[in-house]
Design a protein around this ligand. Structure first.
Ligand SMILES: *[C@@H]1O[C@H](CO)[C@@H](O)[C@H](O)[C@H]1NC(C)=O
Ligand SMILES: *[C@@H]1O[C@H](CO)[C@@H](O)[C@H](O)[C@H]1NC(C)=O
Length: 361
């Protein structure tokens, strides 16, 4: 019996070591405020608009739909776990939410522009300002269930947005040149957001760049293309080029902000490189079909059809345990998000090379 339990302890140690990106000693996790789109929406769209996101979304980890576009956890969830903090509650979730560890303002579909269209980054920032002043008001009136002044000053601000601006521009049939011309105005919105948070006392920023848009099964299935439109890994070359130009603009912006805001820590994370490596070298990571959705409709190579998307009528879904990178043609599986999160935590893709647990205090 002793042998059996020692064995079980051993196995669970081993598996927790490999299954959790990092076992961290974080005693005082940072309060986190996150801004973005579906890549980090932990239930905001459902809370805000009542939009139904059904099973099989959530099937792998939560065993129910939580409003996340994935079968399980998102990158943000893994990062929260790595510093021993709870998953972030969506700001708009009025039932059963706790905001002691921060709040998530990210909503699926969100863009940088237009500025005043829900739930653009600018609107998410305005929601944050309201949230902050209300929280501080209530804390000074005696509430213990909200973040106070100091918590806001020490908070970590995370941003992951831009994908829908690029995707939307392509969907409007704008030419590549026209889209490239719009990139500076997209990036300026991120600059404005960081400047507002900084003026509010925020000093810690963690910014994800945008992934390889042209590798999404949805784009590959819907866009009319000829073989010369594809890059060596089968992704749409001009979609990926636009994403890379956006990322260059973002990287330069953050460089400028670092010299402007000398007392701030601003980390840029190269999500594009992580995701592109995962797709290009999928078999090294135990994945197959890197350009095919697990949950969708149709057949290889992409398994994506408009109107028959995951969780809506008549979709088909891969067997649990099969190693797909793409969950629904747009969003990543929990298995892929786990690998991406562990790469983020490696610091190898961060500029400057600062770990996520740097923000524990
Ligand atoms: C974009 O072009 C495609 C192919 O020519 C066409 O089917 C589609 O309706 C156009 N979309 C818009 C928004 O103009
Ligand atoms: C694929 O893996 C090889 C070997 O590790 C690496 O050199 C290459 O850069 C990777 N490809 C991409 C696109 O990241």
């Amino acid at each position: 019996m002793a042998w059996v339990s020692a064995y079980i302890v051993f196995i669970s140690l081993i598996s927790s070591f490999f299954l959790n990106p990092v076992q961290c000693q974080c005693k005082n996790p940072p309060v986190i405020f996150n801004f973005g789109d579906s890549n980090s929406d932990t239930g905001g769209l459902v809370s805000g608009l009542g939009y139904p996101i059904n099973l099989p979304n959530g099937r792998t980890f939560f065993r129910r739909s939580t409003g996340r576009f994935s079968d399980g956890r998102l990158i943000l969830d893994f990062l929260c776990q790595s510093v021993n903090t709870r998953f972030l509650s969506p700001y708009l979730d009025s039932v059963g939410s706790s905001f002691l560890n921060g709040a998530n303002f990210a909503i699926a579909g969100s863009r940088l522009l237009p500025k005043y269209e829900p739930f653009a980054l600018n609107i998410q920032v305005m929601q944050f300002l309201h949230f902050k002043s209300r929280s501080i008001e209530l804390v000074s009136a005696g509430s213990r269930n909200l973040v106070g002044d100091e918590g806001f000053r020490n908070a970590l601000f995370m941003i992951d947005i831009g994908q829908n601006d690029l995707a939307g521009s392509f969907a409007r049939n704008l030419s590549y040149t026209e889209i490239v011309k719009m990139i500076p105005s997209f990036v300026t919105e991120i600059k404005n957001a960081i400047q507002v948070m900084y003026s509010q006392g925020g000093r810690k920023f963690w910014v994800h760049n945008t992934g390889p848009l042209g590798c999404l099964p949805q784009k590959l299935a819907l866009v009319q293309k000829v073989s010369s439109d594809l890059d060596p890994h089968g992704c749409l070359a001009n979609y990926n080029s636009a994403a890379k130009l956006f990322n260059e603009g973002l990287r330069h912006l953050l460089q400028d902000l670092r010299s402007e805001m000398k007392d701030a820590t601003i980390v840029y994370v190269d999500i594009y490189a992580i995701k592109y490596d995962l797709i290009a070298n999928s078999s090294n990571y135990g994945f197959s079909n890197p350009l095919m959705a697990c949950c969708g409709y149709g057949e290889p190579p992409y398994n994506y059809r408009k109107g028959v998307t995951c969780g809506q009528h008549d979709y088909q879904v891969c067997n649990e345990g099969s190693e797909f990178i793409s969950w629904d043609g747009v969003h990543y599986t929990e298995a892929a998000n786990r690998v991406i999160a562990s790469k983020i935590l490696s610091m190898e893709y961060s500029a400057p090379r600062i770990g996520f647990d740097f923000f524990c205090h």
